[in-house]
Ligand binder design. Structure first.
Ligand SMILES: Cc1cc2nc3c(=O)[nH]c(=O)nc-3n(C[C@H](O)[C@H](O)[C@H](O)COP(=O)(O)OP(=O)(O)OC[C@H]3O[C@@H](n4cnc5c(N)ncnc54)[C@H](O)[C@@H]3O)c2cc1C
Length: 455
């Protein structure tokens, strides 16, 4: 590729903060709320004009389970925000989902307001419509001194003591020199999906169809019939999920766009165009084959194609498949995960890989998974946290991202409180765990018992 040298120039330092959070998805939201509530001077920067990441930008239609089927595993800020979204919903929505903690459909507009309120109440500053493009490092190359941003005001600099990389892609850590893995052995990636919201649908008629036909709620029978008739492309054998926000309004996660690398603007562009075209084909299928969808109307598609997988940062510890299957716990656990391994196929010929943990079981997520090797003041939480590809297929879901974000934000508060510029690795783990538990996070019975016993 041809290159050109950018001219050096002075830019204004528009913000100076203790904790900078980049990316306003579930990870960044929880991180900023946790850091600010505890008292750190915090700023969250997001390229869109609202918070929520995949759940609002890409209209991912439901929150994955918060429970291990017996009890909530994800608590703290993530659970609090879920309950607030329910409270903002219509009466019918509240009545239907009040007690539900697993697969709660997302009311994206309600959720944006919940997130705005949570950030403002926490005392964190929010900067929307702002993209972080570069980082400035200290002389040793171990600490990020701040980031360069572009927005309507031009190019400027945000100075910070600590950074939480919640971009989902590890943008900040990679710009700061962190090592990472991406995709499978041959670089293959899980596909993207353009999610969308349909109105003028009839949940009652849909349920009656399921009862009469024996088709399940992911309608594999209808999908296969349409594929055989050439009305749907080969590949996904069922709809990933319908999430009924109201009896006339449903969020849809269906179909795949293959070969999209979410760290490349050209690929995201192709994903947007192909994704929207694919939605037209899917809606034509739903209207023709599925009772209750005859008059379906697309309210909106995601502003960006949904991205399941990009980079995984190499951290001090890499959570691997065996940790998941053995339900391992670690002395430095900052969260627990019970969601199944859910790897979508990289091509239309592969199968989706699913592996469940037994009911009531979970594994620990160690603090070290958030610490990129070689960097001293950066946490990477959320989709890009340090794990192998298999575990990423489970850890990536939104409830887990809230939990990791809360831990990173709380750790950032503890680090900044010292006023000594300590390394992320010097954060006192027992104090971090204790604060997380006091603030309603769940780290497993053993940690809770040890903390209570003062061990
Ligand atoms: C199709 C699909 C279906 C899914 N289904 C479910 C599901 O049913 N339930 C569930 O719980 N999870 C689901 N997931 C997974 C989940 O949505 C994501 O893995 C999760 O949102 C990741 O959270 P995050 O905070 O790490 O990143 P994201 O949600 O991606 O948020 C990152 C944020 O950072 C911003 N950002 C990125 N780079 C920059 C930058 N350089 N400067 C400024 N801002 C930046 C982005 O705009 C975005 O708002 C699904 C994902 C996809 C794609």
């Amino acid at each position: 590729m041809k290159t050109i040298t950018m001219p050096a120039r002075e830019v204004p330092v528009r913000h100076e903060v203790e904790v900078l959070v980049v990316g306003g998805g579930p990870t960044g939201i929880a991180a900023a709320v946790a850091a600010a509530r505890n008292g750190a001077r915090t700023l969250i920067v997001e390229q869109r004009g609202f918070l929520g990441g995949m759940g609002t930008v890409s209209l991912v239609p439901a929150f994955c389970p918060y429970t291990d089927l017996e009890k909530p595993v994800i608590r703290g800020i993530g659970l609090e925000l879920l309950e607030k979204m329910k409270q903002r919903g219509s009466e019918a929505y509240r009545a239907r989902y009040e007690k539900q903690l697993d697969w709660v459909p997302i009311d994206a507009e309600a959720l944006k307001l919940v997130y705005d309120d949570a950030l403002q109440e926490s005392g964190a500053q929010v900067l929307y419509h702002t993209f972080v493009s570069e980082v400035a490092m200290d002389e040793a190359g171990k600490r990020v001194k701040g980031v360069f941003v572009s927005n309507k005001s031009g190019t400027s600099f945000i100075a910070c003591d600590y950074v939480i990389d919640a971009t989902g892609d590890g943008d900040i850590a990679v710009r700061a020199g962190a090592r990472y893995q991406q995709g499978g052995e041959h670089g293959e990636l899980q596909p993207g999906t353009m999610c969308y919201l349909l109105t003028n649908v009839d949940r009652g008629r849909f349920k009656a169809y399921l009862e009469a036909s024996g088709d399940t709620h992911q309608i594999p029978q209808a999908v296969q019939k349409a594929q055989q008739a050439g009305d749907l492309p080969e590949g996904r054998k069922e709809v990933s999920g319908f999430a009924w926000v109201a009896d006339y309004l449903v969020g849809v996660n269906f179909g795949h766009v293959f070969g999209i690398d979410g760290t490349k603007a050209e690929d995201l562009t192709r994903g947007a165009i192909d994704g929207r075209r694919g939605v037209q084909v899917q809606v034509a299928f739903l209207r023709k084959y599925v009772p209750g969808f005859e008059e379906a109307h697309v309210v909106t598609t995601g502003e960006q194609i949904g991205i399941r997988e990009t980079r995984r940062i190499e951290g001090d510890y890499t959570l691997v498949q065996d940790d998941f299957l053995s339900m391992r716990s670690f002395a430095d656990d900052i969260a627990r995960n019970s969601y199944f391994i859910d790897i979508h196929m990289a091509t239309s010929k592969d199968e989706v890989t699913i592996r469940h943990l037994p009911r009531g079981e979970s594994h620990g997520v160690p603090y070290r998974c958030l610490l990129p090797i070689g960097l001293d003041n950066v946490w990477v939480a959320g989709r890009a946290a340090s794990s192998d590809r298999v575990v990423q297929g489970s850890l990536r879901v939104m409830p887990n991202c809230f939990a990791m974000g809360q831990a990173a934000g709380t750790a950032a508060y503890l680090a900044s409180r010292s006023r000594q510029g300590i390394s992320t690795r010097e954060v006192p783990i027992r104090e971090l765990q204790s604060l997380l538990v006091q603030q309603d996070a769940w780290l497993g019975e053993a940690v809770h018992n040890e903390l209570q016993a003062g061990v």
